[in-house]
Structures are given as C-alpha cells and as structure tokens.
Design a protein around this ligand. Structure first.
Ligand SMILES: [Zn+2]
Length: 640
C-alpha cells in the first residue's frame, strides 16, 4: 500500500450547467505538479455529491459536459507513474442526478436542484455497492475508497421505511427506535461498500459511528481514520483535531488530519488560508501522531489553485525532511481522560455527545503541556498513572467494575462535576468516593476558595453546573461558597455569601473529586484558575511531567517516540478569534528551556530538520537543554 501521507483531498461537486468540465485537465501535467509539490497521496472524485461520475460509468451518470472523458482513469495512471497513491471519492448520501433519476430512492421526494438525501432501505444500496465494484473492476490498481457523508442524513420517514419498521415490530414514532433503525441501515450500507472494496486497499467511511457501539466495535469498517476538521470553518475550530485524534488513535494505526485551504466553509472556492496556518495544521498532525491531508476544491475545468500548490510545496518539503523520524513514532501519553460507554438517551456515542467536555479537557491539558490520551474501557488503562473522569461520566455497573479495577491496581483518579455518580445521580457510585453527596447545585452562581499555587485569594467563580458535597473524613482542599439566597436572579446580583462547610475539591487517597464541571467551564470561559486548580491536583499524583518547559500557554509541546528515540514537537502559533479563528503568522520564541523525561538515557539531541546538535545535560529529572529560537515550529530528536 502506498503510504497515506502528504495528502491532498480534491473535492469537485459540479452542477450540470457547468459546460466545460475537464476542458483544461492535463493529467500528466497535473501529476507532475503534485510530484514537484511533494504530494504523496490524493483523494480524487469518482462521483460527486451532485451525482455525476468523472469516469465512463455504465451504471451511473457521467457529467454531461465531460463527453465521456475518463478523468479518474487518467489521474490514477499518471499519479502512479510518480508513485502517488489515489483514493476514489464517492458520496454515500448526496447524489442529486441519481436522486432525480430515481426519486423512489430518496428520503424526501424533493424536486431536482435540491439536496435530496438517498435512502439505504431502497434499491440505492445495491447501486452504491455496484458502483464500488465497477470502479475497482475498471481501476484495479486504485489505492483506496472514500465513502463520504454516511452519517449526514436524518432518519428516513418515507412509507417504505415506516412499513419496514412496522414489519420488524418497531414504532416509527419512537425517536429512539427510529434512530436505531436508521443506524442499522447506515451500518449495512457501510458494510456492503466495504465488502465491495478489494482487500489491501484503503477504505474510509466518513461519519459512521461504530466506535462505542458495542455491537460493531470489532467490525473494522475503516482501514484508517480521517478527522475532517477545517479549523476556520463551522464549529470545528483549532481544538477539534487534537481532541478527536486523542481518542481515535487507539483504534486506528493511522489517523489523518483532514484540514483544508478554506477560510469560512468547506469548498468555499475563493478561500485560501495563509501559509502559516497550513504549516500549523501539518505540524500539529505530526505532533499528535497523525498525518496531514489538505482539503481542496478543484476548479471544474481541472486546473490547480496555483497559490495553494506553492504553499503545499513549501509545507510538504519541510514535512518530507522529518518523515524518517515521524513516520513510525507513536504519541507518548502520561494521563488518560476516560470516556464511558453508557448509552444515555438514544445516542450511540458518549464521546461525541460530550465533545465539548473533551475539547475543554484537550485545551486545559495541552496548555499545561501534559501528554494525554482519551480512553475508554477497551484501552489499556495501566498505561496511565492518572485517569480523569470529566464532567458527565456517570457510572453504570460495567463502568464501576472497570474503574474499581483500575484503582485496585494502584491508579489515581481525578473526577469532575457529575462524573463518578451513579446513573440516577443520587450519589457516588463507588465507596472509594468517600464524600457525602448533598445534591445538585442549581444556583446561578457559586464560588470556591482554595489556598494553592496560582489560585487567587478570593471567592473564585465556578461558572458551571456542579454538585454539592461534603468531604467529611476525607481531605477538604477547597471550600464551597454559595451566592446569597436571592433566588433565580441574574449573575450580577448573585454575590458570594459565606462558606457552608461543604467542599468543592475533596481527596480520599487515590481519588479526588472536583464538584463542578471544570472542563465544560474551561471550554466556555477558559478561566486560568480552573486550569491551575487541575494542575495542582495532578501534581499530587504525578510530581513530574514528561515535558517541563517555560513555553507560553498558547504554545504546544508533545512527545512521540519509537524504541530508538523520542521526538519533541514544539508549535508556536496562536489562532486569533477574528470572526473565524485565524493564524496568519507564526510567533517566534527565543531561548526556551526544556526538561524531558525519557525512558532511556540519551546519546545525542539534535534538530530533526537541520541535524544541528543541541548541548544537553542529563540527571535524574531527565534531559535538560535550551533552544535558542523557535520560528513557529521545531522538532527535536533525543536519540537513545
Ligand atoms: Zn427510506
């Protein structure tokens, strides 16, 4: 299999009125430019979300102005001459020309020109499967298949689906049963297409929620994972990729950061993010143990956005020089953030339901330069000296036994908010939480006081839903201060009253609980005392971090490693909120000091790009060195 790295994901979704599709497309020149731009892999459209195919299909609908030309075949042939891999793109749910030809396959019988969504409980599922078979029979050396948008569509309410549900004894008016039925249809579509893709090819089904679905956890739908997350667009932002890869890298050997060139939304044709932004994306992917793919939207005539290719060449040339170090290096975690599998409501995925909680956790821990993984009960928890149960991780019987086992084996847990409560939220689920639960804090504003490093000596705001608790015989580390009993008034009238004797932070040996939802609070308010509160508690269990440094909070530092070396990744960029988050330039840093804890003694320390040696000393704390200049990013090799 050709390596999936230094990738470009070419989108092209073209209306029938576009009269000159492919008219300037020169596949040989195209592949040559990719090669010169250091691109190693591309995703290229076989069929777009308007329903048109870009190869001479016998079962689908070719774009009318393509006049039978085979863009896909030409690009596969020419890319392979340069050893560039090609994955074919097909949209699972959107295919307007196909929907217009087969209105009986759609979820909503809308007229053409709209975005009709196709239903898998119709003949469309056979079509989707046949399309994959046709593509691989025509292009047997194609490298992979990308099935997009499978999770996009809402449950179908057409008569056929209602009838099928009734026939299977399901109630279409029951939202939970409706979603379950829809989920099963999506799983079946993913399975049919996956099975049509020959062995040894890449396959990625974008949007299938098999993780955390116990029924399908072992049914490998994807050969790898692609985190679609264009930082400036929609709700993604810069926190999405590090959050998602920190969970997905347990389940997939390879995780791609599918960023994009777009300024405000995916396929915003005239948008082009600055070079520093794409450089930041690419080095972020490597820093978290992933690879980069840049999303582009090609002009229908088949031409490049040349300023993009100039930037790609600059960024991918840099990536190429460090790949001998990064290709096999794995992220090195020290803290686990635990996600339960409880099925709350009708959802299948506690992680996605609580994405903001995990985004908040990612941000706090990354700012503090901790190395972290997001984990669940399918992961080896013995790797983590500290486990965090963030905000909403209530424990059913199965989760209680996983957590008890972890504690019995010497682990330490910090839980926040409603985590560690039983499913009914009437008390802590396990006796190790030897604190007295006194109820939910419904007040508009509550506060705490704490005598600890970096916590101001005042009534500090909680900013978030909390529980109330007493430490009793356990250690009380922070006092609860309610607002005056003024009723449900605005924040401004809810000043702090006096301590009640209740606790906001309580510790019982290897279990510490923070009464408020610290990570949700940080995601919304980013209040530094909350971050330092957590750091103080982690330090108690983990006195020395893997990375000790004097980088500013906005900078990122991570470790990846192999048997032979540790890599320190340093990133100094600061997305600014300008309507959308923007990175326009890197921020140079000077004379920064590092202590890196490594498992083995180190022979040499040097820059991965320039090979320049760096003076270091070694003691029981780890490897000490200074870096004179960090121009946006540096990657340092600590060779054993
Ligand atoms: Zn249907």
């Amino acid at each position: 299999m050709r390596p999936l790295k230094r990738t470009i994901h070419f989108d092209m979704h073209t209306q029938k009125e576009v009269y000159d599709v492919g008219s300037q497309f020169d596949a040989a020149a195209f592949a040559q430019t990719l090669y010169e731009s250091k691109v190693k892999y591309i995703t290229f459209f076989a069929r777009c979300n308007r329903g048109y195919s870009y190869y001479p299909t016998k079962i689908g609908i070719c774009h009318p102005s393509l006049n039978g030309r085979d863009m896909l075949g030409e690009i596969v042939r020419e890319c392979h001459k340069h050893d560039i891999g090609v994955t074919a793109y097909v949209n699972a749910v959107l295919s307007q020309a196909v929907a217009d030809a087969h209105p009986e396959w759609t979820r909503s019988r809308l007229k053409s020109g709209n975005r009709s969504e196709l239903c898998f409980n119709t003949g469309y599922i056979n079509h989707l499967e046949s399309e994959a078979k046709e593509i691989f029979s025509m292009y047997p050396d194609l490298d992979g298949y990308f099935l997009d948008c499978i999770g996009l569509a809402a449950p179908c309410k057409q008569k056929e689906c209602i009838d099928t549900m009734l026939k299977n004894g399901l109630d279409p008016d029951n939202q939970s049963q409706l979603l379950e039925f829809d989920h099963e249809l999506k799983i079946e579509a993913a399975r049919r297409v996956r099975d049509a893709v020959p062995a040894g090819k890449y396959f990625f089904c974008n949007g299938i929620k098999e993780l955390q679905d116990e029924k399908y956890i072992n049914e490998k739908f994807n050969t790898h994972y692609e985190v679609e997350s264009v930082p400036g667009c929609g709700s993604w932002g810069y926190d999405c990729f590090p959050t998602l890869i920190s969970y997905n890298r347990h389940f997939y050997n390879k995780v791609m950061y599918m960023a994009g060139r777009f300024q405000i939304e995916w396929t915003d044709f005239g948008g082009l993010r600055p070079e520093a932004a794409l450089e930041y994306d690419a080095f972020t992917a490597l820093a978290f143990g992933g690879q980069i793919t840049i999303g582009d939207c090609m002009h229908p005539r088949g031409t490049f956005i040349s300023p993009l290719m100039k930037t790609v060449k600059k960024v991918y040339s840099q990536i190429e020089t460090v790949e001998k170090w990064t290709d096999n290096a794995k992220y090195v975690p020290e803290i686990g953030v635990y996600c339960t599998h409880n099925k709350t409501k009708e959802q299948h995925n506690t992680f996605i339901e609580n994405l903001n909680v995990f985004k908040g956790a990612q941000r706090v821990l990354a700012e503090l330069k901790y190395q972290f993984d997001f984990v669940d009960r399918h992961c080896d928890l013995s790797l983590y000296k500290v486990l965090i149960l963030p905000d909403n991780m209530t424990l059913d019987k199965d989760e209680q036994s996983v957590i008890s086992e972890y504690l019995k084996n010497g682990g330490n847990i910090i839980s926040t908010g409603f985590s560690a409560l039983n499913m009914d939220k009437t008390g802590f689920a396990l006796p190790q939480w030897a604190f007295e639960y006194t109820g939910i804090d419904n007040a508009r504003a509550s506060y705490f006081t704490m005598d600890a490093e970096n916590i101001p000596d005042m009534d500090v705001a909680i900013y978030n839903p909390a529980i109330r608790m007493k430490a009793n015989d356990a250690e009380n580390l922070a006092n609860y201060v309610p607002s005056y009993p003024v009723g449900n008034v605005d924040y401004v009238y809810a000043q702090p009253d006096k301590p009640t004797g209740e606790s906001v932070v309580a510790r019982n040996d290897n279990v510490t609980h923070i009464s408020f939802s610290l990570f949700t609070a940080y995601e919304g308010a980013a209040y530094p005392p909350h971050k330092y509160l957590l750091e103080n508690l982690i330090k108690h269990y983990l006195p020395q971090k893997y990375i000790t440094c004097d980088l500013p909070t906005y900078a990122r530092a991570t470790l990846t490693a192999t048997e032979d070396y540790t890599l320190l990744h340093i990133l100094s960029y600061c997305p600014e909120r300008r309507g959308v988050p923007v990175v326009e330039e890197a921020i140079d840093l000077y004379n920064k000091s590092f202590i890196i804890k490594t498992p083995k003694s180190v022979k040499s320390v040097f820059d991965a790009q320039t090979q320049e040696n760096i003076d270091f000393t070694q003691d029981e704390k780890g490897i000490h060195f200074n870096i004179d200049k960090i121009p946006g990013h540096r990657m340092i090799v600590l060779q054993y």
